[in-house]
Design a protein around this ligand. Structure first.
Ligand code: SF4
Length: 706
């Protein structure tokens, strides 16, 4: 590689999926200059603080460079042989459901595809789930129930064309910064653009908001039920659209009216001022070009799926979907959570958006893969999966590119489960994490700057992530590692991959393989990419699926046709529910968790960039001044937080931006980068019954001086 080589790639952090232009200065020394790619349609050259600091994160510090067995360095053959042997033995003795993979939205689509194919297609179990379960699985349920497919209707341009943007449970300013920059610019260009933030906290996203609704934690479904009733009562619904393109409106409206009969009742139950609720409702009713952005504040809830549908109901009722400047728009957290959804990386999905509980889909995928063993029922979702490990039902687990001992709810229990598990394999590019410490076998994977493949961002846009450097040490691509184990399990022919291009072609071909009889079209369709040559794959430019021979698709549903059996969108009646566990005398606060502006996940990469570590240097807990005064908790002192599930220590930060009765703790500190700040230990292991997504935003906790 010449010193002036420029490589176009994609940021490895959030779901915005910004394009990067990387100028390689010294490939051997891992020196690179990072800039935003001015031609990438996700960011047009912009980067946030995290993306801009990527050059500081490509060192070999804390890299896992060699396979390890029982903590000792091993060669690849020995490690792969052992993994295959232990998985084979568990399957032979206890059946295919006695093994599991727990993977990550950090994986590239090609890695994800091969992992899913191995587990669901050849081992014959659907016990592969992903940390994306913690991030956006409720949004998937919402889309599938309403549209018949996990299909995001909008794109970033809609944010710039809107006249009203409602951010619900989304601190986009910190969590999706470049998308937020686009909103901010749009408001500068169009001062009439109104921004509403619905969030218990006053976050940085409120800096450009015309209205902030500090809603009582967990009450968003009720707010949108109230909005649906208001739209109907004020004649703001689109009767012609409802009749032509949807079904179930009357039932959803009746349910909404019973839950939230008027503005006063809605406001009282949401802990909001009636005037503020009325303003939001009036703006929504009067503004054709409205985008509702929702993220973890909606998804991470025991009723997250219903909350998503309560939002979608309001867009269907007004016909505001599929056209420029409008629609319900879920913001996915991770860089390739969407790609994981495409390949079936969730335990309840098959591949190419096909369903495990549809025999025709199982048969079709089996024929395509040349396997008689395809799983035909859903596997264990993340929390169930670790429960099964704890119960001794999972005998061998392979964890890939994620740190569940830090990030899962009830994380102490996850640690105990893995400590007791017969066989734990961890593939990672990082050597020392809470989870790698528990591995019997460690497999070194390539990391960002070495990987080569593709990702899909939160607006369905597929982009290439290209390698800047050769793999470090003996690190290998995740797809290669899975393929090697597959070959040792006897499935060699189906896993004889030589490149990520081959895998991508197969993934695209599966999406186009025999469209559903009578349907005529599939939501996830990459038929236009199924015969991509190696050079064309190498040069692939960002584009949004579905991708036919004619190219990509900017928006979905503009023609009023949905992916349900009769082509109509479904309203879903929503009965709002409070969080499963509510504060009581012993645990009087509601714990909210989330990201900081300058850190990503457990800081394994962002923690290497000195300038990113200055924003916040240690675990903290934000508390409202009134609560701090009442409990005599001084700023800067250390507090002990406890829940029914565990505890942590954090420095007290007093902030009027907190809602009284609520606390906020960032998610980034672990048992490795701090001795006491592992947030996952506190969080209640409660999930949405439909999506399996944990209620990470609402755990009752106590706080006291330490
Ligand atoms: Fe990376 Fe997200 Fe920042 Fe873009 S907005 S540079 S994808 S972290």
């Amino acid at each position: 590689m010449s010193p002036t080589t420029i490589v176009k790639t994609t940021c490895p952090y959030c779901g915005v999926g910004c394009g990067i232009s990387a100028e390689i200065e010294d490939a051997a020394g891992h020196r690179v200059r990072i800039a935003g790619d001015p031609e990438h349609p996700a960011n047009f050259g912009r980067l946030c603080s995290k993306g801009a600091a990527l050059a500081d994160t490509v060192s070999l510090e804390n890299r896992l460079l060699y396979p390890r067995i029982g903590g000792a360095r091993a060669d690849w053959d020995s490690a792969l042989d052992l993994v295959a042997e232990r998985f084979r033995a568990a399957i032979a003795e206890h059946g295919p459901d006695s093994v599991a993979f727990y993977v990550s939205g950090q994986l590239l689509t090609e890695d994800y595809y091969v992992a899913n194919k191995l587990m669901k297609g050849f081992i014959g179990s659907a016990n592969i789930d992903t940390n994306s379960r913690l991030c956006m699985s409720s949004a998937v349920v919402g889309y599938k129930r309403a549209f018949g497919a996990d299909a995001v209707p909008c794109n970033y341009e809609d944010l710039e064309l809107a006249d009203l943007i409602v951010l619900v449970g989304s601190n986009a300013a910190w969590c999706h910064p470049v998308a937020f920059q686009r909103i901010r610019k749009a408001k500068e260009r169009n001062p009439a653009l109104k921004i509403v933030v619905v969030d218990p906290r006053r976050t940085a996203s409120c800096d450009i908001a015309d209205l902030h609704l500090p809603i009582q934690p967990g009450m968003d479904g009720l707010l949108f039920d109230g909005l649906l009733g208001h739209l109907a009562a004020t004649g703001a619904t689109d009767a012609a659209y409802i009749t032509a393109y949807t079904e179930g409106f009357e039932a959803a409206l009746a349910q909404a009216r019973s839950a939230a009969p008027d503005i006063a009742a809605t406001a009282a139950n949401c802990g909001l001022a009636a005037a503020d609720v009325g303003l939001l409702f009036d703006w929504f009713a009067a503004t054709e070009k409205t985008v509702t952005v929702y993220s973890q504040g909606i998804n991470q809830s025991s009723s997250g799926s219903d909350k998503c549908n309560a939002i979608i109901n309001c867009h269907l009722a007004t016909g505001r979907i599929g056209r420029p400047g409008m629609g319900p728009f879920s913001f996915t957290g991770q860089p390739n959570a969407m790609g994981g959804r495409e390949v079936g990386g969730l335990a309840n999905m098959l591949a190419a958006h096909m369903d495990l509980d549809n025999p025709a889909h199982v048969e079709r995928v089996g024929r395509f893969w040349g396997s008689q063993r395809v799983a035909d029922r859903q596997g264990l979702k993340a929390l169930e999966l670790f429960d099964a490990v704890a119960a001794g039902k999972i005998k061998a687990i392979w964890i890939v590119a994620t740190n569940p001992v830090a990030s899962m709810p009830d994380a102490d229990r996850v640690r105990q489960a893995l400590q007791a598990c017969d066989f734990v394999v961890v593939s990672d590019c990082i050597a020392d994490t809470d989870t790698t410490r528990l591995a019997h076998v460690l497999l070194p994977a390539t990391g960002w700057s070495e990987k080569d493949g593709s990702v899909t961002n939160l607006e369905r846009r597929i982009s290439r992530q290209r390698a800047l450097f050769a793999p470090s040490g003996e690190a290998r691509h995740d797809w290669w590692i899975f393929s090697q184990v597959a070959q040792r399990l006897g499935f060699g022919e189906a896993f004889a991959y030589r490149s990520s291009a081959e895998i991508f072609r197969e993934h695209a071909a599966l999406s186009a393989f025999e469209n559903d009889a009578g349907h005529g079209r599939r939501d996830f369709d990459l038929s236009g990419l199924a015969e991509l040559s190696d050079p064309a794959y190498s040069d692939l430019q960002p584009l949004q699926w579905p991708v036919s021979a004619a190219g990509g698709t900017a928006r979905l549903f503009g023609d009023g046709r949905f992916f349900t059996a009769n082509g109509k969108a479904h309203f879903v009646p929503v009965s709002p529910r409070p969080p499963r566990h509510v504060p009581d005398a012993n645990y009087p606060f509601t714990l909210n968790t989330g990201r900081l502006r300058d850190q990503w996940h457990t800081m394994t990469r962002t923690g290497l960039a000195a300038k990113l570590n200055t924003h916040q240097v240690e675990p903290c807990v934000e508390i409202h001044p009134d609560d701090a005064a009442r409990l005599r908790l001084p700023a800067g002192a250390i507090a002990k937080l406890t829940s029914r599930w565990g505890g942590m220590l954090a420095k007290i930060a007093i902030s009027a931006e907190q809602r009284p009765g609520s606390l906020f703790v960032p998610m980034h500190w672990t048992g490795v980068n701090s001795s006491h700040g592992r947030m996952g230990a506190l969080v209640n292991p409660v999930v949405d019954p439909l999506s399996g997504q944990p209620e990470s935003k609402q755990t009752p906790v106590a706080i006291e001086s330490w």
